[in-house]
Every structure is written in structure tokens, then in C-alpha cells.
Ligand binder design. Structure first.
Ligand SMILES: NC(=O)c1ccc[n+]([C@@H]2O[C@H](COP(=O)([O-])OP(=O)(O)OC[C@H]3O[C@@H](n4cnc5c(N)ncnc54)[C@H](OP(=O)(O)O)[C@@H]3O)[C@@H](O)[C@H]2O)c1
Length: 355
């Protein structure tokens, strides 16, 4: 099918991330491939990766002058001749993992989503819940699907059923952070009736998120003022430990997370914010054996995972205003990325694209 929109505007990284020439125009394909869909993007949520890539910290290959972003929400405005999974007018979001399970898509070695339009294969998008705004929709693919995958064993049945889930010592500490994945996990866990322990470096951020989310109160631990925070988590769970940890720090905090997970519990390893610190992993083997733990690597999720998340959000009519820190205009993308790099946000930073 021929497209009526001929060009798009994209935000491109400068080589060494010095400010300037942040946007460029690029021609879109005049004819779409048979299974391709052209999406008009309305909102892009930033992730830590975007700031990390922009500042040279990404451990995977990076395309020179690439377009940031792997989260987006938009509307299908043209489809290829053989497209059958979506139609013009559908509200969609791309998935993060193109091979559904093993490799990264919209990664640093290809152009991302921070643009007015994007062409995707129809298999790589999921339909969005109708009740979500564009900004709320944009935070679901990466942070949302990652949080869903990290919690899945504890959540999916409960969110899909109308059963009330009763918890005794079942808590979820979202280790180190009030960022995107953590706050999304917090929302999903609470929607399932789970008690949550939130771990942050900042009392101010903890107060903000407590005020935003209201009752029931979240239990909190400050890992900066309390270097042995795992003991505080154990104290809050009567010495038992939590059922599951969403682990964002990596080797700098993994063993501590394991030490406050209950015997037979799960640590979902999501992030590596503390950087590689092998010396901090000395007690890994003894702790995993002693506590009979499962430590799972999380890499976003499959298309099925993302579809399940969307279904759960629709079923519960969850909204995410309370975990959107701020919404920025497209021409402020550079400032927004810097804001994320400085870790000022509580929850998600979103860029609205009105062009
Ligand atoms: N595996 C996957 O599929 C996947 C998907 C998405 C993200 N990630 C990774 O998960 C991590 C979090 O991503 P995000 O997008 O949620 O980040 P984010 O929104 O930027 O939030 C990060 C938060 O973590 C805390 N933090 C900062 N530096 C830290 C450090 N050195 N050690 C521990 N905590 C630190 C801060 O919260 P406080 O100030 O409250 O402490 C910060 O606001 C990153 O490592 C990211 O690359 C992985």
C-alpha cells in the first residue's frame, strides 16, 4: 500500500552527545512491505537505557547518531497488503524483544522510536488498552512488560481472575529505585493485592511515591542511609524474607537481595545499575544454596507477555498517572534524557509527539 506520509522527523543522538543538531528528517518508504505497518507515534517513554546510551555507558553495540527510544504508543495509519493482525486506526505499541524471547529489538544498534513515525512489522506490535492515554500507553512496552515478566509467576493468575489474593508474608521489595520498572512493578503487585517493600536512595522520592499511591501504605527501606538494608527487609517480614525481588542494582546488590528473599523464593534480575562488581558476589553460591533460591534473568518479555500485560491492564482498568513523573515536548527531548540521566524522576518520563 502506498503511504501518504512521506517523511518523518526523528531525534538523533549527536556522536559525542554534545548538544546540537538533535533532529533530522528522513524519508519514509513510499510503499510498505506486505506485512509492515506505518505508525504515527503520539508518545515515547524514556528508559534508563536511553540516558545510558546517550552517555556512552551501553555495553552493547551502539549505532552512530542513532535514534533513542524503545517504548512508544501510536496509531496505525497505513498497512501493507498482507497485514491481518492490525488495522488502520488501531492503537498499538511495539514490543521490545523482536525475536520474542532471545534478542533485543529497538536496541542501541538500530534506530529507536523517538520519532514522529515508525514502520514496524505487524508481528512486532501489540494492541493497547482503550482506556489509557497516549502517555500512559507509552510506558507499557518496556518498563511494563519487564515488570510483568519479573513478577509473572506471582501475578498473572491473580490479575486475570476475580479471586482475592490473601498474603501473609508475601512482599515485594523493588530493590534500589523509584524508577520506571520499579514503579510499574509496584503498581502491578498492588493490583494483585501483594504487599510491597520499596527500596530507594531518597526519602523524598519515597514520600512522593507514598503520597501518589495512597492506601494501603507501602513499606519502605532507604538503602543509602541503611547500607545493611537486607536486615531491615528481614525485620519487616518477621525474619522470613520476601517472596520475590525485582532486582535493579546488579552485582552491587544481588547478594543482599538474595539474603532477604525467603527460602525457595525468587530474585528477578532486571538491571545492572551498580555496574559490574565481581568482588560483591563472593557469597552468591553459598546464599543461593542456603536459601534454595531461583535467580531469573529478565529481558523485557515476549509478544505473548506484552499481550498478557495489555489484557490484564484492560481487565483491571488500571491507570498510570500516578507513576508518570513528567511529560515533555518533542523539542525538549535532550533535556528529558539528561533529567533521566541525573536520576531526578520518580516513575516515568514521557515525551509527547504532536508534530
Ligand atoms: N532486563 C530488562 O529487560 C530491562 C528493561 C528495562 C530496564 N532494565 C534495567 O533496569 C534498570 C532500571 O531501569 P529503569 O528504566 O527503571 O531506570 P530509571 O527509571 O532510570 O530508574 C533508575 C532508578 O534506580 C535507582 N538507582 C540509580 N542508580 C543506582 C545504582 N547505582 N544502584 C541501584 N539503584 C540505582 C534510582 O532510584 P532511587 O533514587 O529511588 O534509588 C533511579 O531513579 C536499569 O539497569 C535498566 O537498564 C532492564
Amino acid at each position: 500500500m502506498a503511504t501518504t506520509v512521506k517523511t518523518r522527523q526523528a531525534y538523533r543522538r549527536t556522536d559525542d552527545y554534545t548538544p546540537g543538531t538533535p533532529k533530522s528528517r528522513k524519508n519514509l518508504p513510499a510503499e510498505l512491505e506486505p506485512t509492515a505497518v506505518l505508525i504515527k507515534i503520539h508518545a515515547v517513554a524514556l528508559n534508563y537505557r536511553d540516558a545510558n546510551i546517550a552517555n556512552g555507558g551501553n555495553p552493547w553495540p551502539v549505532t552512530k547518531n542513532g535514534v533513542p527510544g524503545n517504548d512508544a504508543a501510536g496509531e496505525v495509519i497505513a498497512v501493507g497488503d498482507k497485514v491481518s493482525l492490525v488495522k488502520i486506526g488501531d492503537r498499538v505499541a511495539p514490543i521490545t524483544d523482536a525475536e520474542f524471547a532471545t534478542t533485543r529489538s529497538t536496541a542501541a544498534n538500530e534506530d529507536g522510536t523517538l520519532a514522529t513515525h515508525f514502520v514496524f512489522n505487524e508481528r512486532l506490535v501489540t494492541k493497547l488498552p482503550d482506556h489509557l492515554s497516549w502517555a500512559m500507553s507509552s510506558i507499557t512496552p518496556c518498563a511494563g512488560t519487564t515488570a510483568w515478566s519479573a513478577l509473572k509467576a506471582h501475578l498473572s493468575v491473580k490479575l486475570f481472575s476475580s479471586k482475592i489474593f490473601v498474603v501473609d508474608s508475601c512482599c515485594l521489595p523493588s530493590v534500589e529505585g523509584t524508577g520506571g520498572v520499579s514503579t510499574f512493578a509496584l503498581k502491578l503487585a498492588r493490583a494483585s493485592g501483594l504487599k510491597v517493600i520499596l527500596n530507594s536512595s531518597s526519602e523524598e522520592k519515597l514520600s512522593t511515591i507514598k503520597a501518589q499511591l495512597g492506601k494501603p501504605d507501602i513499606l519502605t527501606v532507604n538503602y543509602k542511609t541503611n547500607p545493611d538494608w537486607q536486615n531491615e527487609v528481614l525485620r519487616l517480614t518477621n525474619g522470613v524474607g520476601v517472596d520475590l525481588v525485582v532486582e535493579n542494582g546488579g552485582s552491587s546488590s544481588l547478594v543482599q537481595s538474595m539474603q532477604c528473599t525467603r527460602r525457595g523464593g525468587t530474585v528477578s534480575q532486571v538491571g545492572n545499575l551498580g555496574g559490574p562488581k565481581a568482588e560483591e558476589l563472593k557469597e552468591f553460591v553459598s546464599t543461593i544454596i542456603d536459601r534454595r533460591l531461583s535467580v531469573r534473568g529478565i529481558n523485557a518479555g515476549s509478544k505473548d507477555d506484552q499481550d498478557e500485560l495489555m489484557a490484564a491492564i484492560s481487565a483491571t482498568q488500571m491507570t498510570f498517572d500516578d507513576i508518570i513523573d513528567s511529560v515533555w515536548s518533542f523539542d525538549k527531548a535532550e533535556e528529558a534524557i539528561e533529567y533521566v540521566w541525573q536520576g531526578k524522576q520518580v516513575g516515568k518520563v514521557v515525551i509527547e509527539i504532536k508534530e
